[in-house]
Ligand binder design. Structure first.
Ligand SMILES: Nc1nc2c(c(=O)[nH]1)N[C@H]1C(S)=C(S)[C@@H](COP(=O)(O)O)O[C@H]1N2
Ligand SMILES: [Mo]
Length: 198
């Protein structure tokens, strides 16, 4: 697959765009804690579940009919690689949560396959996060989280849950898979928040 670096606009990218301790790669490494789940689009469903147990769900056809954005963003993995100018298509969390009534301040993202990761709700709003289903103009391939994954580029990429199944809105914070294994609860690459003590 040709990855077109549209969005660079010819601008030279340099170390100013690289968070501390990161190196730049043009590859797209695959980082998965387990096997790649295969979810047929007929069986796929995305759910938002509020703290009172109210569920909003989208089938695949409902989901891709929602207004979408095409963000071009830099991504930063805690294993030190960063990839500049990645181009996605996805539905912003602002759109998904627009009609959801909640007092929650935290979110746990749940993946098909069992992976979880936690984030503050405010980090998912105001154009900061998407549920992405295309990469580089092509449907998102399973190893990279297809049919659809969370995309939260301003935090380390482990927060961008692949094979997203549900967003659980919570009043309290509940650490996810890597967060309970010693990784930082928040994970800001610019403050190099890799591990709990950072
Ligand atoms: N469901 C799920 N999502 C996940 C992971 C995972 O193991 N399972 N790994 C995370 C980590 S550590 C990273 S760096 C990115 C890697 O995404 P990629 O494989 O598309 O590069 O996915 C994140 N999302
Ligand atoms: Mo990662």
């Amino acid at each position: 697959m040709a990855v077109i670096t549209r969005g660079f606009g010819g601008r030279r990218r340099d170390d100013a765009d690289l968070p501390p301790g990161q190196y730049r790669t043009d590859d797209f490494p695959v980082l998965s804690a387990g096997p790649t789940p295969r979810i047929g689009l007929d069986d796929w469903e995305l759910a938002v579940i509020t703290e009172t147990g109210e569920r909003s769900t989208w089938s695949w056809s409902e989901f891709i009919a929602l207004p979408a954005d095409e963000p071009t963003v830099d991504i930063h993995c805690v294993t030190h690689w960063s990839k500049f100018g990645t181009r996605w298509r996805g539905v912003s969390l602002d759109t998904l949560l627009a009609d959801v009534d909640t007092a929650a301040e935290y979110v746990v993202a749940h993946s098909y396959g069992g992976y979880t990761t936690n984030l503050p709700l405010e980090d998912l709003l105001d154009g900061q996060a998407w549920v992405a289903y295309e990469f580089g103009g092509e449907p998102l391939v399973p190893v990279h989280g297809g049919p659809a994954r969370l995309l939260v580029p301003h935090l380390y990429f482990w927060k961008s849950a692949k094979w997203l199944r549900a967003l659980e809105l919570r009043l309290d914070d509940e650490p996810g898979f890597w967060e309970t294994a010693g990784y930082h609860n928040y994970g800001d690459p610019w403050r190099e928040q890799r591990y709990q003590e950072d």
